[in-house]
Design a protein around this ligand. Structure first.
Ligand code: MN
Length: 158
C-alpha cells in the first residue's frame, strides 16, 4: 500500500525566482560561524525528504569567498550553475564553469573558489545521512601546500 503524501512533503514544483533563489526556500548561512573556516557562502536546501536518501542543496560563494577545505566519507556530486572558478579535488586544481559536473570522492580534500569578480553557484547532491567533515591538520595542510599550484589556490592567488 502506498501511503498518502504527508503535509510536509515537498511541493511538486519549486519555482525558480530571480538571482538563483527558489520559491519558499530559506537563504541560509553555509555553516555555523564557528564550525569551520569559510568566507561568504550561502546555502539553500532545494530538496530534502525522508523518502529519498539524498539532499540537493545550492551553494553560492561570493567573489573573494571560499568554501571550507575539508574531507569526509560521504561523496558529493556538484554541478556549477552560476559563474566560474576553481575547485581543488585531492591534489588537483581544476578550472570549472557553468554546467561542469564535479565528483568529490570519499576522503578527498576539496574546496571551491570563484574566479575574480564572479559568484560561484553550484548544486550539491549528498547523502541525507552523512558524516561530519574533517579539517586538515597543520601537517596535512603542509603536505597539500607542497604542490605550488595547490598552494596558490589555497592562497587565492592561483
Ligand atoms: Mn564537503
Amino acid at each position: 500500500m502506498v501511503k498518502p503524501m504527508s503535509d510536509d512533503h515537498p511541493p511538486s514544483l519549486r519555482v525558480a525566482e530571480q538571482d538563483f533563489r527558489w520559491a519558499d526556500v530559506t537563504l541560509r548561512q553555509y555553516k555555523d560561524e564557528d564550525a569551520a573556516p569559510f568566507k561568504t557562502v550561502s546555502r539553500q536546501v532545494l530538496f530534502s525528504d525522508p523518502k529519498l536518501a539524498g539532499e540537493l542543496r545550492y551553494f553560492e560563494v561570493a567573489p573573494d569567498g571560499y568554501s571550507t577545505l575539508e574531507r569526509h566519507d560521504h561523496m558529493h556530486a556538484v554541478m556549477i550553475l552560476r559563474g566560474a572558478g576553481k575547485v581543488l579535488v585531492g591534489d588537483k586544481v581544476h578550472d570549472v564553469k557553468t554546467h561542469d559536473l564535479i565528483t568529490i570522492p570519499s576522503w578527498t580534500w576539496h574546496q571551491f573558489r570563484p574566479a575574480p569578480g564572479e559568484n560561484l553557484g553550484f548544486l550539491c547532491l549528498v547523502n541525507a545521512e552523512r558524516d561530519r567533515p574533517q579539517l586538515p591538520s597543520s601537517e596535512e595542510l603542509a603536505a597539500l601546500r607542497a604542490d605550488a599550484k595547490v598552494a596558490a589556490f589555497l592562497d587565492g592567488t592561483g
